[in-house]
Each structure stands twice: as C-alpha cells, then as structure tokens.
Design a binder for this molecule. Structure first.
Ligand SMILES: Nc1ncnc2c1ncn2[C@@H]1O[C@H](COP(=O)(O)OP(=O)(O)O)[C@@H](O)[C@H]1O
Ligand SMILES: [Mg+2]
Length: 1107
C-alpha cells in the first residue's frame, strides 16, 4: 500500500494527549500531568494546535533517524505523533507550495534545547529539500556554519555545557522549487565579558580549549602557545575539562567545518592568531610604580608575553606598551595624555581582549555570510530560524542578563501578538462570535526597558553621555527617580518605599518582574558595559599592526577616519537590532517551538514539576491552549478557499461567476459539512476543527485524482481516435499501393507467360515446316543415292570378276615358278652341302673376333700398374682369351713402367723388395718402413768436417752411416754410436769424436735376431772364435732397423755369396762373453717414447719392454 494511503492520526497509540487542545478537562494540573506522562514515556513533544512544546530529554532518543525523516515527509501535521519534524515539514511545504515566507521561533530558558531544536529543523529541511551536487554544497555550507559559530560563540555554563553565548537568527533562502540557494546569519550581542572572566564552574568560549587540546605541536609553536590550560589567566581552571566533551576532536571538526564553509587556509591561521593573542593578553601583568609628582604609574611586569603578542600580530612592541600605560583624551583640538595606574592598565588590557574577540566573532559571522550568500538574484523564499539565548536568572545578574532577558521579553511579545492577541482581534474584526480570553501581556515590561524617554535603556544611555562623574551608583539613583513608580520595577532606594525593608534586595541592585519571573540585577558594570569603550590609544595601536585581520577589525583606529563622535552604546545598538529582528519576524508566518527544561541538573528521566510549572506559566502555554480551544483551527480568505476547493462542487466547477463568499457557502452546503464546523467571517472562512480541513483536503485530493482521470480519459480517447484515423488513412493508402503492386505483378507474369507460349508455338511451327522440307529433300536425295549405290554395286561386281580372272592367271605363274625352283634345288642340293657350311662358319668366327678386338682396343684401361679394372667379357667362348689378355696387358704395362727406371732407382727397389721378403708379415715394424726411402748415408761422413778422421780411416764406399743405440751387455743401458757399413766391414765409432771403437769384417757375422714387435732392437750374432766375437754379440736399437738389417744382409750376400739367417722371434739367445743370455720381449707401458727399455735381470735373462 502506498505510504500516502496509510490512514494514521496522532490519536493512534497516543500516550496521554498529543495535542493539548484535546485535553479534557483542561486545567494546569492535567496539562502538567499530560506533559509528565508523555515525558516518562519518552514522548518529549506535545502540540498546542500548531505550536510544538519540547521537553529536553537530556539523553539521546532514537527519533532523529533518516527513517523518521522519511516518515514525516509530506504528511499532514496531525497525522503522526508530535515531532519537530512535523513542524519543519509543515513550514517547508507551505513555503514551497504556498509561497509564504516562514520563521521558526524557538524560545525557552538556557539549556532547554533551543539550539538542538534549531539544528533539528535545519537538518530536516536539508534532508527533504532538493538534491544535486550544487544544492548539496549549499546545504553542507549552511549546516557546517553551526560548528564554527558554536566553537567561537558557545561555552559551558552552569545550565548548559554548550550554551550559546550569542543570539542567532538565520535566514535560509530557497528558489521556487524549494531548493536552498543560500543563507544570511545575524548575530546578537556576544557575551564578551566571558573572555576575561567566567563565573565559578563555567568555562571560557570553547575555541580556546579546543585550540590548546587539538592544535598540533607545530601549530602551537607557531602561535607561541603552551598546551596546558593553567598557563593562561583567562581560562577558568575549575572546570577546564567537561565530561563527555572531546575538545581535541571538536577542534578537528571545527577546522573541517571552516574548510567546508569556504575559509581559506590563510584565513584560518589569521583567526587562530587572533585567538592566541587574546589568550596571551590575559598573561600580561602590571606592577605599580610611583612617580615623583605623586601620580601612580604602572609597568609591565614581564615583557616577554608582550613581545610574543607583538610578534604574532606584527606589532611594534613600543606602541602597544605605550597604549597600556597612557591614555590620550582629545577634546576641542586639545590632546591630554594621562598615565594609567595599575587598575586602569588591567582594565585597558581586558577591554582590548574583549573587543578583539568580539570583533573577531562578528567578522566570522560576516565571513560565513559571504560564503553562504545566495548566488542568484531571483526572487527568494525565506525560512528564518531564530535561536536566541534563553531567559537567564543567575545569582549575580549583570548587564548581559539584562539584555538577554529584554530580548526574551520581546520574543514573548511577538508570540503574544501573533498567537493570542492577533488571533482574538481577528475574530472580532471578522465579526465572529467570540468570548475574550484573559492573558498576561508583557508589553508593560518591554515599555519599562525600551521606552525612549524613561525606559531603563534610555536612562543608562543618558547617564553614560552625561558630563561629570558617572558611576553605576548614579545610574541606579536615576533609575530610582524615574522608574520607582513602575509596578514591575523594585529597588531599595525607590521613592515609593515599598521595598525599603526588603533585605533580599541589596542596595546596589534593582529588580524587574519579568514575565518569566523576578530577576535581580547588580548595577555594577552597567555603565562601563554600555559604554563599551576602548581607549583610543589601543584601537590606534591595533590599527597599526601588520596583521591584516586585526587591522581590519579596528577601522576607527585609522587617524584619518577618527571622529570625536561617540559610538552608539551597546544598549541602544542591541535595542535597534532587536527592533529590526521583530519587524522581520512579523512579515513571516510564525512557527513556534517552546522549549522546556525538565530539571536543573541536566539529568535524564527527571521531571521537576515545580520547575516545569513555572515555565508553563510564564510561557503562557495555558492561555495558548485556551485560545486554541475556543477558536478555530483554520482560517482562509474566501478567494483562496474557493480557488482551492471549487472542484468539489459541480456548481462552482470549473467557474463560479458570483462573489467568492457565496461560492464558498454553496460549496460547503453541497458538501454537507455540519454548520457548527465553520463560521463565515467578513473576508475569511473559519474552520473549527482541523479534521474538517483534512476531510476537505482528502476530498480535494480524491477529486483531483478523478479530474486527472477524466482529463486522462479524454486525452486518451482523443489520442486513440487520432491514432485510429491516421491508421485508417494509412491503411487505405497502403492497400491501394498493395493492390496496384499485386496487379502489376500479375500482369507482368501473364505477359511473360504469353510470350513464352507464343515463342514455343512459333518454334514448333517452324520446326514442323523444316521437318517437312527436309523430308521432301531427303526423298529426292535417296533416289539419287540408290541409283549411285546400284551403279557402284554393278561396277564392283565387274571389278571382282576381272580380279578373279587375273588372280587365276598369276597363281598359275607362281605355282609354275615354285615348281621350277623346286626342280632346280633338288638337282643342286648335293653340291652345296659339301663346301658351303664350313666356309660360312669360318667367316662368321672371323667376323666376331675382328669385332672383339676392335672393341677391346677402344676400351683399354690406363697404363698405371696399380690399375685393376678390365673391360667385361663379351662372349662366353672367349673367356680364357680374355683373362689371358688381361694378364699380358698388365705385364706389358709393368714392363713399360720399369723401363723408365734408372739403375740407382732399380737398386733401391731391389732393396725394398729384399726388405719385404725378409720382414713382411713377420715383424710389426715393417709396415712403418714401407714409405720411408732407404737413404743409406744419413750422416754425410765425407762432407761433414766433424767426421774427417773417420772418413780418412774408411777406404771403401759407405753403404750405410747412421747413429744407433748400442745396448750395454751388462746393464742393458743404451749409448749412441755411429754405425758405418762398408762393402766388407761394419764399424762402430764414437758419436761425438768419430773415434773408431771397433771394426768387424762382415764375414764374421753369422745371423741377426729381431722381435716380432714394433721395437727397433736387434742383435748381431758373430762367428764364434773370431776376433770380433771376444766380447760377444752386439745388441742395438734403431728406428731404421729394417733398412740397417736389409743393407747388412745384402752386403754380406754380395761379399760372401751367402745368405745370413734373420731370426724373428720374441725370445732369442745371444752370446755375451762366455754366457748364453736369453733376450725376452714383454709388453708394457713405455717410459721413453717408442724406444724399448732393456733390463738385465740376471746372467741368463735380458728383459726388453716394448710397447
Ligand atoms: N532533543 C534533544 N535530545 C537529546 N538531548 C537534548 C535535546 N535537546 C537538548 N538536549 C541536551 O540539552 C543540552 C542543552 O541544549 P541546548 O539546545 O544547547 O540548549 P539551549 O540552546 O536552549 O541553551 C544539549 O547539549 C543536549 O545535551
Ligand atoms: Mg543555545
């Protein structure tokens, strides 16, 4: 079910009575009982008609959630249980929909919840009004102006931990759609005396504590501040910390809020510098100093603080110091400088601190206004929210309380004006029957205070401006003279000695019976505070600083703009601004929130009936209820009423031509609303019960829905019909075009078909004709053909006959020839067989041989003796011949080859051949020697001068000369020797000197022994008994073993014609001296290359290790 259709009422589930107008019976007791009952059930809001009474719960209630906002959005005021949101919604909607500027007036004592209520209103409006980036930024700025102002303008008091110490009125501006455009804030009288002094248990303004707790080390250093509160005289010590308040966190919130509102970083620093300067001013102390002329003078005790302040503000220290010690009075072009005593110096210091802070606060408000002001010039709708200090009664009440309470009197006035007086007066004016209700009108108190001729404020101003000595006492005296007779004024000294014996009233006090109770004011400080004077020397000193912000705060310090005129007093300034405010509020539709404080202890769940009763009384709530009960809930001019509801009656809808009053009558009669529910005034209709109004609204809503349905119906009908006609028209066009298209298509097809049939028929006819013609022609041709064939046939028959005849003739001739041949052969056969066969055979063989040789000649292989190839054999019967020819050819070829050799070369080959016969396949060393040519003389003995002697000793030709290793018979070690072989001897000589060691005739050599291996060891066996054999056989090693032995063998053969024995074996015997020694070859690792190693093992064994 949609939300709007849920039928709810504030009567549903109601605790007590939600709207006091419905209380039965209505007495003060039932009223209070109802408030208490609801308060105990956490229902803190109660209505009196459209006024909201709010009782401070002093605890968090779950009734401010976004869901709640949604619940109250766009609902009728009396539909849901009482809430500030209902009031805010009502105000916002009538602003948006009925174009009425609104103001929300929040009143109540200090700590009753005004500021909270104003924030709730603002946040509700922010939540329900338009959305979008730009709108959201405006909303954020408006909302964030609160924390900034609260930090600088709020403080902890006895009544309230977050008490506003200034009055605030904020206009929120909207466009025609209800989207916020911006705002304007007005501030009223900041309680600046708090800067220098706070009552017991109270604090200075929040910002000082926030800055010291939350500022970073760097920031504090930059501002020349210490973190401890007790360093500063201006900070009350006994309640520096407030329970549940995190100053450091709040400082971050404030800085963030300043940023959102649009303060530049530089500006924030400037502001904090001023705050720091104010704080430090409190630490400047003075000491008395007597002068010769008897005048007292003061001196600054510790100049360090002064120096730091001057550094902060960019001030010349001497200028400020002088401003604290002298006062210049200027009158009629005369300047008189007087020195200040200690008390005056302190006064000057405090005045400067207060002024500086107050002006900073005003600057802040203006700066915020600059940021949040609407950017467009379009007409704006305005909602004003007034949160001003509540009525205050303290133990010691001074000028501030007087001003604050005056302001509250004025607000009560406007409440009375708008709700009580005006309403009653209107009934009378409209001629409605009415019984007057008595209520207390506080206009008389306002008169007492603000009357221009004899009001208290006027007296004070007069006293301040009067020449001569003026003190607070003279002021009181004056009051006693002028106001003594006033019924609301009381004092001990008053002329009518009514209070002469009232000991509760001290002599320096006066008492006023405010609408909210009696308040006693101490006159002390009234004159000063009203004068609000800052010594000119100080403002001039301030103007001289280099600090842009401070300089701009003291424009009157500029000597060029100096005027002798006194500035307006604080009282008259305040009076003027309150008057403006009142005028402003009167142009707007008021909405009231009346805040009530349930107890003095800020405690939840405590409802002090006496305290509440007092507030109910002075707020005039009972009168308020009575007026509401007697009166009418709703009134409206006839014109607008008719305009709004005329659709509910057939006669007035859509146009009513006669007077609107008659129209409304007709309307209400037709709607059958009971006559006691309304009255006809002169220009307005008065509706007694809200419920009647809601009924009307409901009917209107339903009727509007019906009308909407009707309009919708007609529109839809029209739309469908137009659509239908359009479709019909298009359908005809489409069908015409379709028909045309199909006919055309059909026609074209027919045409095509006709053409095809036509062509087929024509073709068929043509072919038929052709066929006939062809047949005719063929008939003609066939006759000719038949004739031709016949003639051909005749001719062929004739030819065949002729051929047969000729053939017969030929056959006879052949047969005859054959017969003759046969006869001849038979006769000659015997001669042929005897000779011819043999001859043919011989001839054939001859021819084949001839051919064979010729071909062989062509295919002969090369002349190289190593060539192995031979052409293949062509005929089997020539097999032997072919092989033989191959052998012969090879021999011949070799002979040819040999014939080229010289004698010398032949000898070399013979030697090689000899070596081959001796060693091939017997000794492994042989294969190596095949490639080596046998040179014989390797040493060139005849040419080498070294061997001259040796050469001389040898007479014959040298067959071989080489160096060999002679193996020592005893130990097997080798020594190099020249080995010379001539035709008849072999000679061993020393290798170095060529000295002949031994000469052995070759005849004495019997045999030679070698191994089968690759080694070069050989033994030369000698004839037993010869001279050479005395020592025994020789053992040598040489790489050229094959050549040496071959040459030795051949030389011995040439010399003796005998072949010596060459033994090839791995084991042989040698004769050493008398011993027969076995030379044994064994395989082993070689130490010195390829040379064999010999080792004499014992007498019988010489071991040779070979690779
Ligand atoms: N609706 C509320 N819900 C919860 N606490 C509230 C409410 N209204 C006021 N308070 C409490 O009362 C204190 C004083 O309220 P405040 O609005 O500052 O009083 P005033 O402005 O009238 O002096 C607040 O700090 C808050 O703790
Ligand atoms: Mg407040």
């Amino acid at each position: 079910m949609p939300k709007s259709e849920v039928k709810t009422s504030l009567l549903d589930n109601m605790i007590g009575v939600g709207d006091s107008v419905l209380l039965e019976p209505l007495t003060e007791d039932t009223f209070l009982e109802n408030l208490k009952n609801r308060f105990d059930h956490s229902e803190i809001y109660t209505y009196i008609g459209s006024v909201v009474i709010s009782v401070n719960p002093y605890r968090h209630l779950p009734i401010y959630t976004p869901e709640k906002v949604e619940e109250y959005r766009n609902r009728n005021f009396y539909e849901l249980s009482p809430h500030i949101y209902a009031l805010a919604d009502e105000a916002y909607r009538s602003l948006r929909d009925q174009d009425k500027d609104q103001c929300i007036l929040i009143t109540g004592e200090s700590g009753a919840g005004k500021t909270e209520a104003s924030k709730l209103v603002m946040s509700y409006v922010a939540a329900v009004c338009g959305k979008g980036a730009e709108v959201n930024q405006v909303k954020e700025q408006l909302l964030q102006s609160n924390p900034v102002l609260e930090a600088f303008g709020n403080a902890k008091t006895m009544r309230n931990d977050n008490s506003s110490r200034f009055g605030k009125y904020m206009d929120i501006e909207f466009d025609f759609k209800g989207d916020p455009l911006g705002g304007v804030i007005s501030n009223y009288l900041l309680e600046k005396s708090r800067v220098v002094k706070q009552p017991r248990g109270e604090r200075n303004f929040h910002i000082f504590y926030q800055l010291l707790s939350g500022g970073s080390e760097d920031l504090l250093k930059q501002l020349k501040l210490e973190r401890e509160f007790n360093q500063y005289n201006y900070l009350g010590l006994d309640s520096a910390k407030v329970n549940g308040v995190d100053d450091a966190a709040n400082f971050r919130t404030v800085k963030n809020a300043m940023q959102i509102v649009g303060f530049l970083d530089d500006e924030v620093v400037l502001v904090l510098e001023v705050v720091a300067a104010v704080l430090k001013l409190g630490n400047i102390e003075f000491k008395p100093e007597s002068r010769v002329n008897g005048l007292d003078e003061s001196r600054i005790q510790d100049k360090n603080e002064l120096k730091e302040i001057c550094e902060l503000l960019g001030q010349d220290q001497a200028v400020l110091e002088r401003a604290f010690s002298f006062r210049t009075v200027e009158a009629k072009q005369e300047k008189v400088s007087t020195t200040l005593n200690v008390a005056q110096a302190y006064y000057a210091r405090d005045a400067l601190a207060k002024n500086l802070y107050n002006r900073l606060f005003t600057w802040l408000v203006n700066r915020i206004n600059e940021s949040i002001k609407a950017q467009t010039k379009v007409r704006k709708k305005v909602m004003g929210v007034l949160d001003i200090y509540g009525f205050e009664i303290f133990e010691n009440n001074s000028f501030e309380q007087f001003i604050i309470n005056y302001c509250n009197e004025k607000l009560q006035q406007i409440f009375i004006e708008l709700t009580l007086k005006e309403e009653q007066e209107e009934y009378i004016k409209e001629g409605i029957e009415w019984t007057h209700i008595e209520y207390f009108n506080n206009a008389i108190i306002c008169e007492l205070i603000e009357n221009n001729t004899n009001g208290i404020l006027a007296m004070l101003d007069e006293e301040c401006l009067r020449p001569g000595t003026v003190t607070d006492e003279t002021f009181l005296e004056k009051l006693n003279q002028v106001c003594a007779v006033h019924e609301r004024f009381e004092s001990r000294m008053s002329k009518s000695s009514r209070f002469l014996n009232d000991t509760t009233l001290p002599h320096n006090c006066f008492r006023i019976q405010h609408y909210a109770g009696k308040v006693m004011y101490h006159v002390e400080g009234f004159v000063d505070k009203n004068n609000d004077l800052l010594y000119r020397d100080l403002s001039q000193a301030m103007w001289k600083t280099n600090h842009v912000l401070v300089k701009s705060l003291f424009p009157e310090g500029n000597p060029a703009k100096m005027s002798l005129k006194r500035p307006p007093t604080a009282g008259s300034q305040f009076k003027a601004s309150v008057a403006t405010l009142m005028k402003n509020l009167q142009t707007k539709n008021p909405n009231y929130i009346r805040c009530i404080k349930p107890n003095d202890q800020k405690a939840p769940h405590v409802f002090a009936e006496g305290l509440v009763c007092h507030q109910v009384r002075y707020l005039g709530l009972m009168e308020n209820v009575r007026v509401r009960r007697a009166g009418y809930a709703f009134k409206q001019p006839y014109e607008s009423c008719l305009e709004r509801y005329k659709m509910l009656c057939s006669q007035t809808w859509p146009h009513w031509r006669q007077g609107s009053r008659d129209g409304v009558k007709v309307l209400l009669t037709e709607l059958q609303i009971p006559p006691e529910e309304f009255s006809y005034g002169r220009s307005k209709i008065f509706i007694r019960n809200p419920r009647t109004l809601f009924e009307l609204e409901d009917l209107r809503k339903r009727r509007l829905e019906d009308l909407a349905t009707l309009i919708q119906k007609i529109y839809r009908g029209w739309k469908c019909r137009t659509n239908f006609l359009l479709m019909k028209k298009s359908q005809i066009i489409i069908s015409a075009w379709t028909k045309r298209h199909f006919q055309r298509k059909k026609y074209l097809q027919l045409k095509r078909v006709t053409l095809i049939i036509q062509s087929y028929i024509r073709g068929w006819k043509a072919r038929k004709l052709l066929r006939e013609l062809k047949h005719q022609k063929r008939c003609e041709e066939s006759a000719t053909t038949i004739a031709a064939y016949w003639r051909g046939f005749q001719a062929r028959m004739e030819v065949r006959q002729l051929k047969e005849a000729a053939m017969h003739k030929h056959a006879i001739a052949v047969i005859w020839a054959y017969w003759l041949g046969y006869e001849v052969r038979r006769e000659y056969r015997k001669f042929f067989r005897a000779n011819a066969g043999k001859k043919i055979y011989e001839f054939t063989i001859q021819r084949i041989m001839q051919k064979y040789f010729l071909e062989l000649k062509k295919k002969l292989p090369s002349m190289s003796p190593t060539e192995k190839t031979w052409p293949p054999r062509p005929y089997l019967f020539l097999d032997d011949t072919h092989t033989e020819l191959k052998r012969i050819f090879h021999l011949w070829r070799c002979k040819k080859y040999r014939d080229q050799f010289t004698e010398q070369k032949k000898a070399i080959f013979e030697e090689k051949l000899e070596a081959s016969e001796l060693f091939k396949d017997k000794k492994a060393l042989y294969t190596n020697s095949v490639q080596q040519p046998f040179q014989g003389d390797y040493l060139e003995i005849s040419k080498n001068p070294k061997y001259q002697k040796l050469n001389g000793a040898v007479e014959e030709n040298i067959v071989l000369a080489d160096v060999v290793n002679k193996i020592n018979r005893a130990n097997g070690k080798g020594a190099p020797r020249i080995f010379l072989l001539t035709q008849s001897n072999f000679i061993l000589a020393d290798q170095k000197s060529g000295q002949i060691k031994s000469t052995i005739p070759v005849n004495d050599i019997t045999s030679v022994s070698v191994s089968k291996q690759t080694d070069g060891l050989f033994a030369v066996h000698l004839k037993e008994g010869s001279t050479a054999a005395a020592k025994g056989d020789f053992l040598f090693t040489s790489d050229r073993l094959i050549e040496i032995i071959t040459k030795l063998y051949r030389t011995i053969f040439f010399k003796t014609n005998q072949k010596i024995n060459v033994e090839i074996n791995n084991e042989f015997l040698v004769q050493f001296n008398q011993d027969k020694v076995c030379v044994k070859f064994i395989q082993g690792a070689q130490k010195n290359g390829n040379l064999p190693t010999c080792k004499r093992k014992n007498n019988r064994l010489l071991e040779v290790t070979v690779p």
